[in-house]
Design a protein around this ligand. Sequence first.
Ligand code: ZN
Length: 421
Amino acid sequence: MNELSKGAKVTLSNGSFVTIKKELGRGGQGIVYLVDYNGKDMALKWYLNAPDSCLYNNLNNNILNGAPSDAFLWPKALAERQQGSFGYLMDLRPGNYFEFGNFLMAKVKFASFDAMLNAAMKICNGFMMLHRFGYSYQDLNDGNFFIDPKTGDVLICDNDNVMPQGEKSGIMGKARYMAPEVVAGGIPDKYSDRYSLSVILFMLFYVNHPLEGAKVVACPCMTETYEKKFYGSEAVFIYNPNDKSNLPVRGIHQNVIRRWPALPAILRNTFTREFSEEMLRNPQKRMLEQNWEKLIATLRDSLVICPHCKGETFIEEGKSMCMNCGKDVEVPLSLKIGNRNVFLTGGTKLYIDHDNNADVLVLKDAKAGLLLLKNLSSDTTWTAETPSGKLKTVAPGECVPVKEGIKVSFNQTTKGEIISR
Ligand SMILES: [Zn+2]
């Protein structure tokens, strides 16, 4: 064993050192210690059995290249080989982030759909950036994600298995999250990452695995042979319209049974396609991260605050009943941005771009009996144009009335118009 004791000094490849304060947790691969680094608390992952030099060199490269986005709790410095092993230094995970597994067991719940969509957006963006950097994640699963249930912010951990495309870390990933072609023995790559991403997103929205229905429940004991069937050669999506053999089971899969019809059709249609036989068998046809981002933006555009109960609900064409109070949510005006249709009700936050900072707050001016769009940005001034062509600047903190025909330029590239529905 290569455990480190309290007070031990571990030298880093950057010439500095850390001092072990205490153990934070351990897994199959190694131990995570709380360490002092120049007076700052950080985390040190220490391998129990030193992996080969390939992983050492890979880690070193990843540290030099830096994190693809702030979604990653990325290795910051390498702890050199000493006492028979090595490790790496990273930032501590703040206490308000919980393991995704806790959300799946309903121990932790999102404060809002807004937070849930933020989490989905951050995960998609993280994977898009990761692939843009030429990496593949390889070992994506519910133990790697930590989410703040209030804001939906995400930290992706265990990035030591992140490898350049086409290289094999030797880590095959958890069966439930592996793409069918990897379960069958293939090498993980960005295409298999995309499958794992759609599994994670499905679980985030519906709190159920997309392939775990009646077939898995009927399985007497989950052996490797069965795993290879259910997640590989005989994978069947629980809501496959052409094969009802793996439907969710009442009393066991309540979350997905309740949420599948409740969440917007566009989400159901996307997952039905992504988990169809064709997509399961054709990795290169799977949806790109940026298209997932567009889908999540569309969901955001349709998420409104109900004027009756002040709860959140999704509005769709032909479906405007509030998910909470059952009353009809009237949305007389919406904001048209290109082919987007953003619904406007008092209290609703709008996201113009794909980051997780709301850009607009829809306010209700009770006196004037109309809605206002408040500029939430800290540094971007909008330009509003009345139907008669008058221009007005809208500085941060200022508002534009929601009236049919008013056009707003939110930035250089994004222009919207208020239209009646
Ligand atoms: Zn309501």
